[in-house]
Design a protein around this ligand. Structure first.
Ligand code: NDP
Length: 495
């Protein structure tokens, strides 16, 4: 008989559902230490969880393709973007940020969007959010900000006071708070969601020239959101509502499609632009930098196994291909370190060799030796060091001298000045774009009312009346009526 399963070493083991027992003739029996299958089954079960992501734990994922729709060879030499019609395989993972892996995905939160493009020049990881800005612009605040959105160390519960205390003390996040408490904080489905790079990247060409870009991904079926009451109800009825919707749509062949655009800025304009273009709390207004389409994204295949395909997937904005390059955006620089660092902790130092993370390139030859779980690339029998005369090692590149990640040094990378603490002082300009968004919400009937209700609902769960007053003042700086409307709505709930 062909066994259903084998031992982990591959040896057949016909009884997959029973342990081996020494029968005593009374119907009972003793299990034996020699029962390798029993030992293996129990021991592996105890070890089948890996560390949960500290942020972005609850997610859905899918495979699909990125297709170039418009020529953009004037702004980038990226191989995957070089021909209209060219397609590149993509892995997409969409998540909430703060809550744990088992949490309700209709919770109000920013939604993360991470893509791995398996290009012919190595993997390009592109990370987005469903909001175009972020809560902080100094990366050292990132852990505190995230912890303030999580559980209180004493009560082990999410804590409204802790949340608002952080944001009142770090008001550069006001623009992002406006997005979070708008309807877009609770998307109706992952298919009805846009995504934004937030970060400023560079598109580079082989002659060393570059443009600054921000990337926008817009759903073809339009943005749709849940109101607060529906989101809360769904969180109880089906905590996996968004995950299920994406999975079922793809399963039925109703593939979600997004158009991919860039805003393009010349480096000379960056120097004189009204806002610091590396400040992640600011957008580039459309009227100054209109969207230019470059591609289309279609997700058309569900993962076969969530753990191996999505949970083991690791994304780092540090993974760039020739034609794309980082900028002096401090949050981007920090994420380029922190994401890969998190993956090394969570999955081990050779995580890039896991099938879902493995580059699909003809020559795969990272100069890395050994480490836990090294199973596909160990630099063979080459010497252990670069530059050997005993057996000269050749850098196994495509041979065209193109390098990923780093562009040629330009004037924007030659930095001079004193080293000092990063100043994250808040000025009136930090409220300008938040105020613009308040006006944008006013274009849609009822949206401003819902925004006020969403903030008041969250704020009324806190205990500190002093903090509440500070929150009213924070929103008054966006719009003078907004603070008093939030006060009135909060007091009404708290009564
Ligand atoms: P515009 O006045 O040209 O357009 C407003 C944009 O806001 C729309 O294009 C839409 O972006 C987005 N939007 C519409 N409804 C909502 C909503 N309910 N919640 C959040 N965003 C919404 O925009 P400006 O460029 O002059 O910017 C005005 C404000 O719009 C900004 O302060 C910013 O908060 C917000 N915004 C701006 C973006 C940008 O990159 N310039 C991107 C997204 C929002 P989309 O089509 O991408 O959905």
């Amino acid at each position: 008989m062909t066994p259903d399963y084998t031992l982990a070493e591959g040896c057949p083991y016909p009884q997959s559902t029973t342990s081996v027992q020494l029968r005593d003739g009374t119907g009972g029996g003793l299990v034996l230490l020699q029962d390798t299958q029993l030992i293996e089954t129990l021991a592996h079960f105890s070890r089948e969880r890996i560390p949960e992501r500290v942020v972005h734990a609850k997610a859905a994922g899918a495979y699909g393709e990125f297709e170039v729709t418009h020529d953009c060879s004037d702004i980038t030499s990226a191989s995957f973007l070089n021909t209209v019609g060219k397609k590149t395989d993509v892995l997409l993972r969409i998540s909430t940020v703060g809550p744990e892996r088992g949490s309700a995905d209709t919770s109000r939160d920013v939604h993360g969007w991470a893509m791995k493009l398996y290009t012919d020049e190595g993997n390009f990881d592109w990370v987005f959010n469903n909001t175009p800005v972020f809560f902080v612009r100094d990366p050292i605040k990132f852990p505190s900000m995230n912890r303030s959105h999580k559980r209180h160390p004493r009560t082990n519960m999410p804590d409204s006071d802790m949340f608002w205390d952080f944001h009142v003390g770090n008001p550069e996040g006001i623009h992002e708070l406006m997005h979070l408490f708008s309807d877009r904080g609770t998307p109706a489905s992952l298919r009805h969601m846009n995504a934004y790079s937030g970060h400023t990247y560079k598109f580079t060409k082989e002659d060393g020239s570059f443009k600054y870009v921000k990337v926008h991904i817009k759903t073809q079926i339009g943005v749709r959101n849940l109101d607060r009451e529906t989101a809360v109800k769904l969180a109880g009825e089906n905590p996996d509502f968004l995950v299920e919707d994406l999975f079922q749509a793809i399963e039925k062949g109703d593939y979600p499609v997004w158009d991919v655009y860039v805003q393009v800025m010349d480096p000379s304009e960056a120097e004189t632009y009204k806002w610091n273009i590396f400040d992640m709390t600011k957008v580039w207004p459309h009227k100054d930098y209109p969207l230019r389409q470059i591609g289309r994204l279609t997700m058309n295949r569900n993962p076969r196994n969530y753990f191996t395909d999505i949970e083991q997937a690791a994304f780092s904005p540090g993974n760039m291909v020739p034609g794309i390059a980082p900028t002096a955006d401090p949050m981007l620089q920090a994420r380029m370190f922190a994401y890969a660092d998190a993956a090394r902790y969570r999955l081990g130092v050779n995580y890039q060799q896991l099938p879902t993370n493995h580059a699909k390139v003809p020559i795969y030859s990272p100069f890395q030796r050994d480490g836990f779980m090294n199973f596909t690339a160990n630099y063979g029998d080459d010497p252990n060091y670069v530059g050997s005369t005993l057996k000269p090692t050749t850098y196994k590149t495509a041979g065209n001298g193109r390098r990923g990640g780093l562009s040629t040094l330009t004037e924007h990378e030659k930095w001079t000045g004193e080293v000092s603490s990063f100043t994250s002082e808040i000025g009136p300009e930090d409220y300008e774009q938040a105020a613009d968004l308040w006006e944008v919400l006013g274009r849609e009937p009822g949206h401003q009312d819902r925004f006020v209700g969403n903030v008041a609902d969250h704020l009324s769960k806190g205990k500190s009346s002093k903090l509440r007053v500070m929150v009213y003042e924070l929103f008054s700086r966006v719009n003078k009526d907004l603070g008093s409307r939030i006060r009135a709505a909060t007091e009404e709930i708290a009564l």
